[in-house]
Ligand binder design. Structure first.
Ligand code: SAH
Length: 348
């Protein structure tokens, strides 16, 4: 039995041939009626996966401290604060709880959320009901030419990737076909432009992931920041040195599952190639070296914050467990990376 999204995808494949892996991933997550994010709130113990802001308020508080510090370094200007893929709105709520204690911040700031899911927009509305928030579909919809700070946690990993493999017959791209009763991968000639965005050195018989959507997003984001001044900060799991291999994974109820089964009912993500994104951001902005989540959170002072919270928390064990999950190298500390880029405000 196929679910309604699977039926739609099979019809498309029958009519037009196999779908590129990226389009398959894009539909599985974002199909307007049946896409994974469009139909549910996937977070937490009862859901499919948990993210850093959902683990502890300390994560958002540290990002909030970074936002305030960045705003101050720019001279406390009028600001557009934009979060991409805000999930339940927890990260923004934690950021604003910290930042609203800083005189002048809230009155200087317009808050934007870029979110595609109607279900998650509702969750964000209730998490942020006391603030004046504008929802946008894309960065270009953010109004005004004041400096902007654009952030995202686990947003980039949800944007589709394509797979290219170097074979004896040259580069081949992964597509998804349907054979009798199952989706399966087929290799075909690459679509135009994809081979151009591969790393400069590649090995034969290896598969490389490229993401035109992420590249386009970071290009747009960093050029907007270059134009209006400001900064970008993106946290995600990924790698720093360019790398080969398939990092696509599907998750349901906290377990890894088959990407080609129960399409639209599981989360699908792929590790972020931070080198590729830094190369693009560098065309427009100053890019800081990518650091680990552990380095970032410790630098901002998460251990100090944990000490304060332990004194007021009902159980200091909970704080210790959350801190370990966020910063330990065998938990999220190393795998998750932080990418930051900046551009001066043009005061002319
Ligand atoms: N930042 C949140 C949620 C991460 S899950 C957290 O850390 O908990 C990914 C989020 O990105 C979801 O809110 C999803 O709906 C959103 N999203 C994915 N692709 C998107 C796109 N193309 N445009 C806007 N939002 C998107």
């Amino acid at each position: 039995m196929q679910n309604p999204l699977e039926k739609i995808l099979i019809d498309q494949i029958n009519a037009h041939g196999p779908l590129s892996l990226g389009r398959f991933m894009g539909s599985a997550l974002g199909h307007p009626d049946y896409g994974y994010y469009m139909t549910r709130d996937p977070f937490g113990v009862e859901g499919d996966f948990t993210t850093a802001p959902e683990i502890s308020q300390m994560f958002g508080e540290m990002i909030g401290a970074w936002v305030v510090d960045t705003w101050r370094q720019f001279g406390e200007p009028q600001l557009n604060l934009v979060e991409c893929g805000p999930g339940r709105g927890t990260l923004m709520a934690d950021i604003l709880r910290v930042a609203s204690k800083v005189e002048g911040f809230l009155s200087a700031t317009s808050i934007y959320l870029m979110e595609m899911s109607p279900v998650l927009k509702q969750a964000q509305k209730s998490a942020l009901h006391q603030y004046d928030v504008t929802w946008v579909n894309q960065l270009d919809d953010v109004q005004g030419s004041v400096p902007c700070i654009v952030i995202g946690n686990e947003f980039l990993d949800a944007l589709p990737v394509e797979h290219l493999t170097r074979t004896e017959q040259g580069w081949k791209q992964a597509f998804v076909g349907f054979n009798e009763d199952r989706f399966e991968q087929v290799l075909q000639k690459p679509e135009s432009g994809l081979v151009d965005i591969l790393p400069s050195k590649t090995e034969s018989h290896q598969t490389y992931e490229v993401s035109p959507e992420r590249n386009a997003f970071i290009d747009q984001c960093s050029s907007r920041i270059a134009q209006d001044g400001g900064a970008g900060l993106f946290v995600d799991y990924g790698y720093i040195r360019r790398y080969h291999g398939n990092t696509i994974q599907a998750v349901r109820a906290h377990k890894k599952v088959d990407v080609y089964q129960n399409v639209g009912l599981c989360d699908i993500t792929a590790h972020v190639d931070f080198d590729a994104l830094c190369d693009i951001a560098q065309k427009h902005c100053s890019v800081s070296p990518v650091i680990t989540q552990r380095e970032f959170l410790r630098h901002i002072g998460i251990e100090h914050r944990a000490k304060v919270l332990r004194k007021v928390a009902q159980s200091s064990d909970d704080i210790d467990v959350a801190l370990k999950r966020l910063i330990d190298v065998d938990q999220m500390g190393d795998l998750f990376k932080v990418m930051m880029f900046y551009a001066e405000i043009n005061r002319s």
